[in-house]
Design a protein around this ligand. Structure first.
Ligand SMILES: *Cc1c(COP(=O)(O)O)cnc(C)c1O
Length: 431
């Protein structure tokens, strides 16, 4: 292929012919927007779409770009690390960015989490979390404890173990029936605290304690499984029941971590700490792919007691120094500002801006928590119509199922936030 610059039309043709997109058919049936660059909260398009060349990103690139794009501090951290090395293997070698990041994560996460496994993506961090739990019980002589319990409506990633704990009605379970590990499910957690549901959690954990390795949930907010919120008190119920019955508790904070719900981690809303925690998405401020699985000393000690006393997992790009350096910078940027005030500001702005959507025909509910705004329709959204309506307002959203939702970068200014809300309302009206 000649090394000439590609025109936008060339790129889109090649994209269609060769490139898979998330959850997409091959060849693609819809044309993606071609992004040329991004800065602050704006995506710049290579050619206009519905009269717009700049879009305000309401999605933070799927929860990750919390500080916006092209951030000077994150850029500098990447540049500085690039001048040293972008990667070295982590087997037998170590390096400052990886060690610093691990220490930072231990410092800012709930107290008993002590050990950190740095890996490449959220799904892999969930695989590692599950492996940790299963291996822990096998190593302490309770190999029958192999199953996972979760509530419906969850999302934990697209690789095998994570898929097995995603909402069974999301399609993937039907597709892979008989092949996915068969996990235990309880109904979706109610929005408000209900004692009957809490009792169901306790009873299910008690009844299946002999075969349960762990309970795994997204705390407070279920993200890609349906954008639902629930009472933090359920986390305490899970903690107590898990402790009472020798079951490990895993919090998947890949979406909720780093302030999105109003506390640094959603676990903080119930002052509960898990045995294992998964982090990802906003970990590197949306710059590079990296995730982390943290565990307590107890989980690690169990594994060390086994016949095979090691955690048998070691991705090629484990603890990638470039990603780790940017992650350290992103955490520093977050903690050096009054991020809680920023998230509260987003919450207030989204509440006000999305309220009109509640009056629209076809809208079932509008809900806002922290920096997350959701409009739920009473029908499947027409993705093309909703996207077009938002783009005409100069806003990027990515609706799915019956949901139009946003989680804007924390640096989104008030005027831009108003525009994001207008974009969501327009998408809800059109979709
Ligand atoms: C996105 C997400 C994952 C998967 O992360 P990837 O980096 O996409 O593999 C897992 N759990 C939750 C809660 C997520 O939001």
């Amino acid at each position: 292929m000649p090394d000439l610059p590609f025109s936008p039309a060339d790129l889109l043709r090649l994209d269609r012919e060769h490139v898979w997109h998330p959850y997409g058919p091959m060849p693609g049936r819809t044309e993606p927007l071609l992004v040329e660059s991004a800065s602050g909260v704006r995506l710049r398009l290579a050619r206009p779409a519905f009269g717009r060349t700049e879009l305000i990103d309401g999605m933070s690139s799927w929860w990750s770009a919390i500080h916006g794009y092209n951030h000077p501090v994150l850029n500098e951290a990447a540049r500085e690390q690039l001048g040293r090395m972008s990667h070295v293997m982590f087997g037998g070698l170590t390096h400052e960015p990886g060690v610093r990041l691990a220490a930072k994560l231990v410092e800012i996460t709930p107290e008993p989490l002590r050990h950190v496994f740095l890996c490449d993506s959220g799904s892999v961090s969930v695989e590692v979390a599950v492996k940790m739990c299963l291996q822990h019980w096998r190593s302490v002589g309770r190999p029958a404890k192999q199953r996972l319990l979760t509530w419906r409506g969850g999302y934990h990633g697209d690789t095998w173990q994570p898929m097995s704990v995603c909402d069974p009605e999301g399609g993937m379970h039907e597709l892979w029936q008989g092949l996915l590990p068969r996990q235990l499910f309880v109904p979706e957690p109610p929005v408000a605290y209900e004692e009957t549901y809490a009792q169901l959690l306790r009873d299910t954990i008690a009844r299946h304690a002999d075969e349960l390795a762990a309970v795994i949930v997204e705390p407070v907010v279920q993200g890609a499984g349906g954008m639902r919120f629930h009472a933090p008190e359920y986390l305490r119920v899970l903690r107590e029941a898990c402790d009472a019955h020798d079951v490990l508790l895993v919090f998947d904070e890949i979406a909720t971590g780093f302030g999105r719900t109003g506390t640094l981690f959603a676990a903080g809303q119930a002052s509960v700490s898990p045995d294992v925690m998964c982090l990802g998405k906003a970990l590197t401020g949306g710059y590079l792919t990296m995730a982390a699985t943290l565990c307590t000393a107890g989980v690690a000690e169990g594994i060390s007691r086994g016949e095979v006393p090691v955690l048998a997992h070691g991705p090629t790009f484990m603890a990638n120094p470039l990603a780790a350096a940017v992650a350290c910078a992103s955490i520093d940027v977050l903690l050096s500002q009054d991020w809680q005030a920023e998230v509260k500001r987003l919450e207030a702005g989204l509440r006000e801006g999305l309220a009109p959507a509640g009056e629209l025909p076809g809208v079932r509910e509008v809900r806002v928590l922290g920096g997350i705004g959701v409009v739920q329709l009473d029908h499947e959204v027409s993705m093309a119509a909703a996207t077009e309506a938002a783009v005409r307002e100069g806003v990027w959203v990515r609706p799915f199922r019956d949901l139009v939702y946003v989680m804007p970068p924390y640096v989104t200014g008030d005027e831009d936030l108003e525009r994001v809300a207008r974009g969501v309302c327009a998408a809800a009206r059109a979709g």
